[in-house]
Design a binder for this molecule. Sequence first.
Ligand code: ASP
Length: 310
Amino acid sequence: MQVTAGKIVVLGTGGTIAGRAASAADNVGYRAGEVAVDELLRGLPVPPGTRLHAEQVAQIDSKDMDFAVWATLAGRCAHWLAQDDVAGIVVTHGTDTMEETAYFLHCVLGPAKPVVLTGAMRPATSAAPDGPQNLADAIAVAADPQARGTCVVFAGTVHGAPDVQKVHSYRIDAFSSGDAGPLAYVEEGRLRVLRAWPGADSRAVPTLPRPAGWPRVEIVMNHAGAGRAIVDALVRDGVAGLVVAGTGNGTVNHALEAGLLEAQQHGVAVRRASRCAQGRVLPSPADRLPAAVGLSPVKARIALMLELMP
Ligand code: ASP
C-alpha cells in the first residue's frame, strides 16, 4: 500500500461503537452514542504521515437517525472534502441505519475522495470490542489512494454504498454486499482490492432544502394477506412517495397493487423494490408500477426522496 500524507477527518455520529454498558461482559444492554469520537481515536494506530481531526456531528443511536442529522453530516462532509489537505473522511455510525446514511451521502456528494463509514457490533466498554479495529481499518482505507467514493468498512471488509446491507443482528461480521460482493479487504492496514471501485462524480456542495421540507416517502410491504388500507391511509395523510417492498421480483398482491395504482394516479410516486435480501428487481415492459432496479427498499426510499426533492 502506498500511503500519502494527509489529513483524515473523523466525524462522530454515535452508535454502538460509542456505546457504554455497566459491565464489560454486556454486549447488548448498553446505551449507544455516549463516548466522544476523540476518545474513540485515542491510541489507535494510523498510517504514517496521517493526521487526524475529530469532530462530533451527533451522538445518537442510529435507529434514531433523521433528516436533520443527515443534512448536517452532508454539510460537514462537503466542507471537509473541499479542503486540499484532507485526503478522506471517516464517519463513525451506528450499524442499524449505516447503509442508509452511506447511500444518502453517496447520492448527494458523489465524492471522489473516500468517505468511509464504520461502527461496531459491541460497545466501547466491551471486554472484546470490535470498534477499535474497525475504526483503524476505516482510517487506513480513507488514507489509501486506491480508495474513493462512499463505502462501509466493517470486519475487515470494504463494501460499496449502493450494495451494502446489514444482514445480521448480532454477529461481528454483520454486513454484506450481496451478489455484488465486497470492493476490498483490509489486511494489516493494507487494501486488497477485489473489483473496480464505482466511479465518483464529485457533485457540488449539496443544495438540500431544509430537512422539514424533504418529501415524505414511506415504505409498505407485500406479504400474505396484504391489503391496501395502509396505502390509502398514507395517501390521505399526504405522502409524496411510496416504495413497496414487494415479494420476490417485486411482486405485489392484487389488493395492495390496486391501492398503489390508485395512489400513482393521484400523483403519488410509487417504486417497486424487493424484500429479498439478495438479487434485484428485473423490470418488464408490462410493469404498471416502476421498479427500483438494484436498490433495497430503504435505499429506494432515499433515491425517491431525492428525486422528489424541490
Ligand atoms: N442501535 C445501534 C445503532 O445503530 C446499533 C449499532 O450501532 O450497532 O446505533
